[in-house]
Design a protein around this ligand. Structure first.
Ligand code: NFS
Ligand code: SF4
Length: 633
């Protein structure tokens, strides 16, 4: 049993699981160890039934699969398939939101409405839609058609969402290098096709295909999802929230929303308020909706819902015994949760036909019947509370406060108060004078393999000390919130003098009595699009390539395929991307060299693998320094 290695509330729940004889990921990881070296290096192939084949990259075993595939080919094919898994998830998510929006416009999903008209018109204008003489609905329907074109066209025209959201110089570069993509579904199909047995053998050609899938992920996945989320549910603004497991309340009906899609969670939140009297009649003080993983980020930045748990805590939160219902939609949902829920009075409720779980209650959630289904779900939670009432629970008391909701629009609103005509100028001036040494975006998951090293927190604090502004999304945002890095005290406590001065001035401009936090919560994983929008704005304002900016990305605790496809998109954009633990490429000398070195000559981006947090920060700072010197600042 691993003890006393995690933060206090996480460790307390791991200990409780141990005492109750309930298995958690920590134990299951030990049972898997040592994990397969071939798998970790990426040199295991199962693409056909002459295999499975595995190549020993150290030359002590087979040097090719039965069909003759080399380690380079096998690694690159596997990598591309990982990326397809990630991109398919993001594109599927975006498509779901677009279709919900379409149903709403057609009058078939009356539970939804256009919440941000301004964003709708901004997107329409960016897509070149002529809005004169058209009403809001017509404009919205044309935006939907443009989105669906990116999932259906066969004419090789560049994707509408790339033209809408990608930086101009990068669009030119991708076109010249043959990386431009047209239809997300075609690209995903082609990537699966080319990686099946007996097709693409050329590792470099496969790696170029990885970059294309990165673009599919970034534009037909992330950007498209963010744009439609904002139009449907509102563009986030800065607000104060609470985070950590202590946001559960034993006297309330606790509903943990887990997954990714605000189409479901927004409705559950609405009905939790509407049915508050029923909860009271059942003996509760009300309904307490809390957020887990990315749906938690979606709810917190728009509605101020508390952020209860990141992905590693998604099964642990159930060990409190205080969750009445865990409602899930799609992605990052551990199969273990129903088995843990079973030990308590917790109901796990699945809502998507393609995401079902043994032992869960399934409520098929269709946008057409969103209100009725959300009502059913909240009632199930109230029923579960009745069973739990009066029983012992164990809620770790830790909670922290933070500020969330730093959409680009919210950031620009603050900056406009300093320079209304040229809002980016104050940021650029402060980058030039070194008060902001650089910017690093932290994204991705909590890794059970690295969480006990406090990888993310350590890296963030080291960067802040060196005047690097940190922006964050996804579960990394949960980690930062729990570590108290999203509040003004953290500015005082962790930032170098230059960054502190800037954040104090921005806090004042925002009309707050205090400094802005040093880590800006920009949303869920799909909202890495917001980080890219900020970068695009800076690059275009300075008329430089993205790769020239003193900025970088980090996925310090990589877990999901989605993080791999997002990372590849950032490589295509020209960023250095720090990754830990090792991506599964090291079994291929070609993949390792291309991704960590050669790629820099093509897009300007490169992967940087480092598991030690201090050395990782050193690498990021060196990169920023090189970029600053090249810009002459
Ligand atoms: Ni991103 Fe969000 Fe969390 Fe990782 Fe999963 S919830 S989409 S993949 S685990 S950050
Ligand atoms: Fe083995 Fe080749 Fe089949 Fe892969 S495709 S399992 S390397 S024979």
């Amino acid at each position: 049993m691993i003890r006393d290695q995690f933060d206090k509330p996480t460790q307390a729940l791991i200990d409780r699981a141990h005492d109750l004889g309930i298995s958690t990921g920590i134990e299951r990881l030990s049972a898997q160890e040592p994990q397969c070296g071939f798998g970790q290096l990426g040199t295991c192939c199962r693409m056909c039934y002459m295999g499975p084949c595995r190549i020993d990259p150290f030359g002590n075993g087979a040097s090719a699969g039965v069909c003759g595939a080399t380690a380079d080919t096998i690694v690159c094919r596997n990598l591309l398939r990982e990326e397809v898994g990630g991109a398919a998830s993001h594109v599927g998510h975006a498509r779901h939101v677009v279709l919900t929006f379409k149903k709403m416009l057609e009058g078939k999903a009356p539970g939804y409405r256009i919440a941000d008209r301004e964003k709708l018109y901004e997107v329409a204008a960016g897509l070149g839609i002529q809005t004169d003489g058209k009403d809001e609905k017509e404009v919205a329907m044309m935006v939907v058609e443009k989105a669906l074109e990116d999932l259906s066209r066969q004419d090789e025209e560049p994707m509408n969402w790339i033209k809408l959201r990608a930086p101009r110089k990068e669009i030119d570069l991708w076109s010249k290098k043959g990386l431009m993509v047209s239809n997300a579904h075609n690209e995903i199909e082609e990537a699966m096709h080319r990686t099946s047995m007996g097709n693409d053998e050329d590792p470099v050609n496969l790696l170029l295909a990885c970059l294309k899938i990165g673009l599919v992920d970034g534009y037909a996945g992330l950007h498209m999802a963010t744009d439609f989320h904002d139009i449907l549910f509102g563009t986030p603004s800065v607000k104060k929230i609470e985070a950590n497991l202590g946001v559960l309340d034993k006297d309330m009906v606790n509903i943990a929303m887990h997954g990714h899609n605000p189409v479901l969670s927004e409705k559950i939140l609405e009905w939790s308020e509407k049915l508050s009297d029923e909860a009271k009649a059942a003996g509760a003080e009300g309904v307490n909706v809390v957020g887990v993983c990315c749906t938690g980020n979606e709810l917190t930045m728009r509605q101020g819902v508390p952020m209860a748990a990141h992905n590693l805590q998604s099964e642990l939160i159930l060990l409190t015994g205080a969750v009445d219902a865990m409602v899930v939609d799609m992605q990052c949902i551990w199969p273990s949760i129903t088995r843990i829920a079973d030990c308590f009075q917790t109901k796990v409720i699945t809502t998507e036909s393609f995401v079902k779980m043994q032992g869960a209650v399934h409520v098929a959630f269709e946008p057409e019947e969103a209100d009725r289904k959300a009502e059913d779900v909240v009632r199930l939670a109230i029923e579960a509370f009745k069973q739990r009432k009066g029983k012992d629970v164990f809620i770790p008391e830790e909670k922290s406060i933070g500020m969330v909701g730093f959409s680009v629009e919210a950031v620009l609103d603050v900056l406009k108060k300093i320079d209304a005509d040229d809002p980016l100028m104050p940021v650029i001036d402060n980058i030039k004078n070194g008060n902001i040494y650089g910017v690093v975006g932290f994204a991705g998951c909590p890794s059970i393999k690295l969480r006990n090293t406090f990888m993310t927190e350590t890296m963030v604090k080291e960067l802040l000390k060196n005047n690097v502004l940190v922006v964050t999304t996804g579960c990394t945002a949960h980690i930062c919130a729990q570590a108290g890095l999203l509040n003004s005290d953290a500015t005082e406590k962790y930032c170098g003098e230059g960054l502190k001065t800037v954040l104090k001035a921005l806090g004042k401009a925002a009309g707050l009595d205090v400094a802005l936090p040093p880590v800006w919560h920009m949303g869920s994983c799909v909202d890495n699009s917001r980080i890219a929008t900020l970068i695009k704005a800076l690059a275009e304002r300075l008329d430089v390539r993205v790769s020239q900016l003193p900025v970088a990305g980090s996925a310090p605790e990589l877990v999901q395929e989605k993080a791999v496809s997002i990372g590849t998109w950032l490589l295509a954009l020209g960023l250095m991307v720090h990754i830990a633990p090792h991506p599964r490429i090291l079994g291929s000398p070609i993949a390792t060299k291309v991704l960590t070195e050669t790629l820099e000559e093509i897009t300007g981006g490169k992967a940087f693998v480092e598991l030690d947090p201090y050395r990782a920060v050193e690498g990021l700072l060196n990169h920023i320094k090189t970029k600053r010197q090249a810009l002459g600042i």
